[in-house]
Design a protein around this ligand. Structure first.
Ligand code: NAD
Length: 272
């Protein structure tokens, strides 16, 4: 059930599964992907200013038959736009491109040193103005979250991080949980590499599911929101079929054992 959701620390509900649109091309490609997802029952879309496809996302939402208020729309403030006023300006540009007057979740894309605290203050202003129903961060490690918590009027509702069987970050997950920050997984399918992990392939066979289903189901059982990406209609439909089975405790432990603390993307302490 694609409407399965969690409650953020301000009471707003966020679907456990959404469509990611990183590297989905502006125009027809992203428009189709979002329309297919909405038709298949997805109610959450994850974009970002830097993906340069916000216009297509907005267009697809508008042209779909799903009312805007049923959709949980996320965008992010890019690194070059961080700082107080530049964040406000960048956000207004995103709103215009998305053709909406609010987003459901606004994230700081990466913790840019010396800037992310001011950026957070801008997100709080946007939240107070009613233009984002929830605000959060992405790619924040514990020490960066602590910097925010020290000055924050509002505790971030979400931390969207690279999270998959080979990068599980258990201490960061614990910290987020203790502080009521919902964790959201990016690259849940290891950007396609999950299909080559033998243990995941074996579990897929055992459950009569695909490797994608195994990891996406694992995310949800871990209490982590997940946003698999695809631009192909059959995969968008197929990836969502994770609500008709359950991984056993034993099999959850098998996946736990695959952690290599290995990133695909940049290190949040050293990314530019
Ligand atoms: P992903 O793990 O979702 O993998 C996507 C790739 O997997 C696709 O390009 C496709 O090649 C393959 N795939 C998808 N479904 C498949 C299927 N059923 N069978 C075979 N192959 C399949 O990787 P991602 O796109 O990097 O991450 C998901 C989303 O997370 C992004 O689209 C974006 O919205 C977000 N993201 C955020 C950040 C960040 O810094 N906050 C970084 C990267 C991605």
């Amino acid at each position: 059930n694609l409407r399965a959701n969690c409650k953020l620390n301000n009471g707003v509900r966020m679907p456990y599964m959404g469509l990611g649109v990183y590297l989905s091309e502006e125009g027809e490609e992203v428009i189709n992907a979002v329309k297919w997802a909405l038709k298949a029952g997805y109610r959450s879309i994850d974009t970002a200013a830097i993906y340069k496809n916000e216009e297509g996302v907005g267009k697809a939402i508008q042209e779909s038959e799903v009312p805007r208020e049923e959709i949980f729309l996320t965008t992010k403030i890019w690194n070059a736009d961080q700082g107080y006023q530049s964040t406000i300006d960048a956000f207004n540009k995103s709103l215009k491109k998305l053709n909406t007057d609010y987003v459901d979740l606004l994230l700081i894309h990466w913790p840019v040193k010396g800037k992310y605290v001011d950026t957070w203050k801008a997100l709080e202003k946007i939240y107070h103005d009613g233009k984002a129903r929830a605000i959060g961060v992405s790619n924040f490690l514990q020490h960066q979250l602590e910097d925010i918590l020290k000055v924050a009027d509002i505790t971030p509702m979400v931390n969207q991080i690279e999270f998959h069987p080979e990068l599980q970050q258990p201490a960061l997950l614990e910290f987020c949980k203790a502080n009521k920050i919902q964790v959201e997984a990016w690259a849940p399918m290891m950007q396609g590499k999950i299909f080559e992990v033998p243990e995941i392939k074996a579990l897929a066979e055992k459950y009569g599911k695909s490797p994608a289903h195994i990891v996406l189901r694992w995310d949800v059982q871990m209490g982590v929101v997940t946003i698999p990406k695809s631009v192909k209609e059959h995969r968008i439909i197929e990836n969502a079929n994770i609500f008709d089975f359950e991984l056993s405790d034993e099999d959850m432990l098998i996946i736990k054992g695959l952690d290599k603390n290995k990133r695909i993307g940049p290190d949040p302490d050293n990314f530019d």
